[in-house]
Design a protein. Structure first.
Length: 276
Protein backbone atom coordinates (compact mmCIF):
# COMPACT_ATOMS: atom_id res chain seq x y z
CA UNK A 1 0.00 0.00 0.00
CA UNK A 2 2.79 2.40 0.91
CA UNK A 3 4.57 1.53 -2.33
CA UNK A 4 1.42 2.36 -4.34
CA UNK A 5 0.99 5.68 -2.53
CA UNK A 6 4.59 6.57 -3.19
CA UNK A 7 4.15 5.72 -6.88
CA UNK A 8 1.07 7.96 -7.12
CA UNK A 9 2.94 10.85 -5.50
CA UNK A 10 5.78 10.40 -7.98
CA UNK A 11 3.33 10.51 -10.89
CA UNK A 12 1.75 13.67 -9.52
CA UNK A 13 5.16 15.26 -9.20
CA UNK A 14 5.99 14.27 -12.75
CA UNK A 15 2.74 15.74 -14.05
CA UNK A 16 3.31 18.96 -12.12
CA UNK A 17 6.86 19.19 -13.43
CA UNK A 18 5.63 18.61 -16.96
CA UNK A 19 3.04 21.38 -16.61
CA UNK A 20 5.64 23.81 -15.26
CA UNK A 21 7.96 22.94 -18.12
CA UNK A 22 5.18 23.46 -20.64
CA UNK A 23 4.30 26.82 -19.10
CA UNK A 24 7.93 27.93 -19.26
CA UNK A 25 8.22 26.80 -22.85
CA UNK A 26 5.02 28.60 -23.76
CA UNK A 27 6.23 31.78 -22.05
CA UNK A 28 9.58 31.55 -23.82
CA UNK A 29 7.85 31.14 -27.18
CA UNK A 30 5.63 34.13 -26.44
CA UNK A 31 8.61 36.28 -25.48
CA UNK A 32 10.42 35.17 -28.61
CA UNK A 33 7.40 36.04 -30.75
CA UNK A 34 7.07 39.42 -29.06
CA UNK A 35 10.73 40.07 -29.72
CA UNK A 36 10.27 39.21 -33.37
CA UNK A 37 7.24 41.48 -33.51
CA UNK A 38 9.27 44.42 -32.12
CA UNK A 39 9.14 46.15 -35.47
CA UNK A 40 10.32 49.70 -36.20
CA UNK A 41 6.68 50.79 -36.19
CA UNK A 42 6.16 49.41 -32.67
CA UNK A 43 9.32 51.07 -31.40
CA UNK A 44 8.32 54.33 -33.05
CA UNK A 45 4.94 54.35 -31.34
CA UNK A 46 6.72 54.36 -27.97
CA UNK A 47 9.43 56.85 -28.95
CA UNK A 48 8.02 59.75 -26.93
CA UNK A 49 8.44 57.68 -23.77
CA UNK A 50 12.19 57.37 -24.38
CA UNK A 51 14.75 59.84 -22.98
CA UNK A 52 16.13 62.43 -25.38
CA UNK A 53 19.79 61.91 -26.14
CA UNK A 54 20.40 65.18 -27.99
CA UNK A 55 19.42 67.53 -30.81
CA UNK A 56 21.46 69.16 -33.58
CA UNK A 57 21.19 71.63 -36.45
CA UNK A 58 23.67 72.76 -39.10
CA UNK A 59 25.88 75.78 -38.48
CA UNK A 60 24.45 79.18 -39.44
CA UNK A 61 21.08 77.63 -40.06
CA UNK A 62 19.42 81.03 -39.57
CA UNK A 63 21.09 82.23 -42.78
CA UNK A 64 20.27 79.27 -44.98
CA UNK A 65 16.52 79.45 -45.41
CA UNK A 66 16.34 75.82 -44.31
CA UNK A 67 17.35 73.97 -41.14
CA UNK A 68 18.51 70.36 -40.99
CA UNK A 69 17.37 69.15 -37.57
CA UNK A 70 18.13 65.81 -35.92
CA UNK A 71 16.61 64.73 -32.61
CA UNK A 72 17.77 61.48 -30.99
CA UNK A 73 16.47 59.30 -28.18
CA UNK A 74 17.74 56.18 -26.42
CA UNK A 75 15.62 53.02 -26.55
CA UNK A 76 15.48 50.16 -24.05
CA UNK A 77 18.38 48.42 -25.80
CA UNK A 78 20.57 51.52 -25.32
CA UNK A 79 20.46 52.07 -29.08
CA UNK A 80 19.48 55.29 -30.83
CA UNK A 81 16.07 56.26 -32.19
CA UNK A 82 16.28 59.44 -34.24
CA UNK A 83 14.28 61.70 -36.52
CA UNK A 84 15.80 63.75 -39.34
CA UNK A 85 13.97 66.83 -40.62
CA UNK A 86 14.83 69.19 -43.48
CA UNK A 87 12.84 72.27 -42.51
CA UNK A 88 11.90 75.17 -44.78
CA UNK A 89 11.03 77.76 -42.15
CA UNK A 90 10.42 80.45 -44.77
CA UNK A 91 7.30 78.88 -46.24
CA UNK A 92 6.58 75.20 -46.86
CA UNK A 93 7.61 73.44 -43.63
CA UNK A 94 9.03 69.91 -43.83
CA UNK A 95 10.77 69.36 -47.18
CA UNK A 96 12.18 65.91 -46.36
CA UNK A 97 12.27 63.62 -43.36
CA UNK A 98 13.42 60.19 -42.21
CA UNK A 99 13.76 58.16 -39.03
CA UNK A 100 15.51 55.09 -37.64
CA UNK A 101 14.66 53.11 -34.53
CA UNK A 102 17.58 50.91 -33.51
CA UNK A 103 20.97 52.38 -34.42
CA UNK A 104 24.10 51.43 -32.49
CA UNK A 105 25.43 54.59 -30.78
CA UNK A 106 28.88 54.31 -32.38
CA UNK A 107 27.31 54.05 -35.83
CA UNK A 108 25.06 57.02 -35.11
CA UNK A 109 27.97 59.19 -33.97
CA UNK A 110 30.57 58.12 -36.53
CA UNK A 111 28.48 57.40 -39.63
CA UNK A 112 24.92 58.72 -39.44
CA UNK A 113 25.57 62.26 -38.20
CA UNK A 114 28.48 62.92 -40.62
CA UNK A 115 26.35 61.65 -43.51
CA UNK A 116 23.32 63.75 -42.61
CA UNK A 117 25.43 66.91 -42.32
CA UNK A 118 27.74 66.34 -45.26
CA UNK A 119 30.80 65.82 -43.08
CA UNK A 120 30.46 69.22 -41.39
CA UNK A 121 30.00 68.90 -37.62
CA UNK A 122 26.56 70.20 -36.62
CA UNK A 123 25.74 72.44 -33.68
CA UNK A 124 24.17 70.88 -30.59
CA UNK A 125 21.00 72.71 -29.57
CA UNK A 126 18.44 72.44 -26.79
CA UNK A 127 15.66 69.94 -27.55
CA UNK A 128 13.09 72.71 -27.05
CA UNK A 129 14.70 74.74 -29.83
CA UNK A 130 14.70 71.71 -32.13
CA UNK A 131 10.99 71.24 -31.44
CA UNK A 132 10.31 74.93 -31.98
CA UNK A 133 12.04 74.93 -35.38
CA UNK A 134 10.22 71.84 -36.62
CA UNK A 135 6.75 72.34 -35.15
CA UNK A 136 6.82 76.09 -35.72
CA UNK A 137 7.58 75.61 -39.41
CA UNK A 138 4.86 72.97 -39.70
CA UNK A 139 2.29 75.25 -38.08
CA UNK A 140 3.36 78.21 -40.24
CA UNK A 141 3.05 76.16 -43.44
CA UNK A 142 -0.27 74.60 -42.48
CA UNK A 143 -1.67 78.05 -41.71
CA UNK A 144 -0.88 78.86 -45.35
CA UNK A 145 -2.79 75.79 -46.48
CA UNK A 146 0.34 73.78 -47.31
CA UNK A 147 0.40 70.08 -46.48
CA UNK A 148 3.49 68.38 -45.08
CA UNK A 149 5.38 65.57 -46.76
CA UNK A 150 3.75 62.21 -46.07
CA UNK A 151 6.78 60.82 -44.23
CA UNK A 152 6.27 63.33 -41.44
CA UNK A 153 3.24 61.35 -40.22
CA UNK A 154 5.69 58.72 -38.97
CA UNK A 155 8.84 60.69 -38.19
CA UNK A 156 6.97 63.20 -36.01
CA UNK A 157 6.56 60.41 -33.43
CA UNK A 158 10.22 60.91 -32.49
CA UNK A 159 9.34 64.47 -31.45
CA UNK A 160 7.42 65.50 -28.39
CA UNK A 161 3.86 66.66 -28.99
CA UNK A 162 3.61 70.21 -30.40
CA UNK A 163 2.03 71.55 -27.21
CA UNK A 164 4.54 69.98 -24.81
CA UNK A 165 7.44 72.46 -24.90
CA UNK A 166 8.02 76.12 -24.18
CA UNK A 167 8.04 78.48 -27.17
CA UNK A 168 10.85 81.02 -27.00
CA UNK A 169 9.61 83.10 -29.91
CA UNK A 170 13.17 83.60 -31.19
CA UNK A 171 12.64 81.61 -34.39
CA UNK A 172 11.28 83.76 -37.21
CA UNK A 173 9.09 82.04 -39.79
CA UNK A 174 8.70 83.55 -43.21
CA UNK A 175 10.82 86.55 -44.20
CA UNK A 176 10.07 90.09 -43.08
CA UNK A 177 6.55 89.07 -42.19
CA UNK A 178 5.74 87.26 -45.44
CA UNK A 179 6.11 83.71 -46.77
CA UNK A 180 9.15 83.28 -49.02
CA UNK A 181 8.73 80.33 -51.36
CA UNK A 182 11.92 78.76 -52.75
CA UNK A 183 10.93 75.80 -54.97
CA UNK A 184 12.52 72.40 -54.41
CA UNK A 185 13.01 70.05 -57.39
CA UNK A 186 10.14 67.78 -56.36
CA UNK A 187 7.64 70.59 -55.70
CA UNK A 188 4.42 71.12 -57.59
CA UNK A 189 5.11 74.83 -57.83
CA UNK A 190 1.79 75.80 -59.36
CA UNK A 191 -0.14 74.06 -56.59
CA UNK A 192 1.92 75.73 -53.86
CA UNK A 193 1.64 79.16 -55.47
CA UNK A 194 -2.10 78.71 -55.84
CA UNK A 195 -2.33 77.95 -52.11
CA UNK A 196 -0.32 81.06 -51.30
CA UNK A 197 -2.46 83.25 -53.55
CA UNK A 198 -5.59 81.83 -51.90
CA UNK A 199 -4.28 82.23 -48.34
CA UNK A 200 -2.41 85.56 -48.33
CA UNK A 201 -3.08 87.07 -51.74
CA UNK A 202 -0.95 88.07 -54.69
CA UNK A 203 1.77 90.52 -53.70
CA UNK A 204 1.96 89.26 -50.13
CA UNK A 205 4.58 86.56 -50.54
CA UNK A 206 7.99 86.08 -52.14
CA UNK A 207 8.52 83.64 -55.00
CA UNK A 208 12.18 82.93 -55.71
CA UNK A 209 12.57 80.83 -58.89
CA UNK A 210 15.35 78.27 -59.06
CA UNK A 211 16.25 77.37 -62.63
CA UNK A 212 13.62 77.10 -65.35
CA UNK A 213 10.11 78.20 -64.48
CA UNK A 214 7.42 75.56 -65.19
CA UNK A 215 4.95 76.55 -67.89
CA UNK A 216 1.97 76.18 -65.58
CA UNK A 217 3.57 78.59 -63.12
CA UNK A 218 4.16 81.14 -65.87
CA UNK A 219 0.55 80.74 -66.95
CA UNK A 220 -0.66 81.11 -63.38
CA UNK A 221 1.33 84.26 -62.78
CA UNK A 222 0.37 85.78 -66.11
CA UNK A 223 -3.29 85.20 -65.33
CA UNK A 224 -2.93 86.77 -61.91
CA UNK A 225 -0.75 89.65 -63.14
CA UNK A 226 -3.16 90.86 -65.76
CA UNK A 227 -2.52 91.99 -69.31
CA UNK A 228 0.13 94.57 -68.46
CA UNK A 229 2.30 91.94 -66.76
CA UNK A 230 2.84 94.14 -63.71
CA UNK A 231 2.97 92.64 -60.24
CA UNK A 232 3.08 94.20 -56.84
CA UNK A 233 6.24 93.56 -54.86
CA UNK A 234 7.20 91.45 -53.01
CA UNK A 235 6.10 88.73 -55.48
CA UNK A 236 9.17 87.86 -57.52
CA UNK A 237 8.53 86.62 -61.05
CA UNK A 238 10.84 85.81 -63.95
CA UNK A 239 10.11 89.27 -65.37
CA UNK A 240 10.87 90.98 -62.08
CA UNK A 241 14.02 88.98 -61.60
CA UNK A 242 15.38 90.12 -64.97
CA UNK A 243 14.86 93.73 -63.97
CA UNK A 244 16.15 93.47 -60.42
CA UNK A 245 19.09 91.14 -60.96
CA UNK A 246 19.97 87.54 -60.28
CA UNK A 247 18.99 85.87 -57.03
CA UNK A 248 21.34 82.94 -57.45
CA UNK A 249 23.77 82.32 -54.62
CA UNK A 250 27.17 80.69 -54.58
CA UNK A 251 25.73 77.87 -52.50
CA UNK A 252 22.92 77.19 -54.96
CA UNK A 253 20.36 78.17 -52.34
CA UNK A 254 18.90 81.65 -52.25
CA UNK A 255 19.08 83.30 -48.87
CA UNK A 256 17.51 86.62 -47.85
CA UNK A 257 20.90 88.25 -47.41
CA UNK A 258 21.68 87.58 -51.08
CA UNK A 259 18.52 89.07 -52.54
CA UNK A 260 18.79 91.90 -55.08
CA UNK A 261 19.68 95.23 -53.48
CA UNK A 262 16.53 96.80 -54.89
CA UNK A 263 14.42 94.48 -52.75
CA UNK A 264 16.37 94.84 -49.50
CA UNK A 265 14.64 96.81 -46.81
CA UNK A 266 16.50 99.77 -45.34
CA UNK A 267 14.93 99.37 -41.92
CA UNK A 268 15.25 95.60 -41.46
CA UNK A 269 18.23 93.26 -41.16
CA UNK A 270 18.93 91.01 -44.14
CA UNK A 271 18.24 87.97 -41.99
CA UNK A 272 17.29 87.30 -38.42
CA UNK A 273 20.06 86.23 -36.07
CA UNK A 274 19.89 85.69 -32.29
CA UNK A 275 21.91 88.83 -31.51
CA UNK A 276 19.61 91.17 -33.47
Amino acid sequence: MARKTKSNQHKKQQRALKKRTQRKQKMARRQSQESVRETPARILRRAREMPIEGAWVQERWQERGAAVVVLARTNSSENVVFGHYVVDYLCTGIKDTAFATNVVPEVFDNEVIPRLYGGVPPTAIAPDLAHEIVWGAVEYAEALGLRQTSGFRESQRVLNAPDSFARSGVVQFGYQGRPAYIPAPQDNQAAILTRLIDSVGLGNFYYIPQGDIPDDVIDLLQIEQGEDGEVGAPLWTPEGQQVQGSVESSSGLWTPGEQPASEQSDDAPAIWTPDR
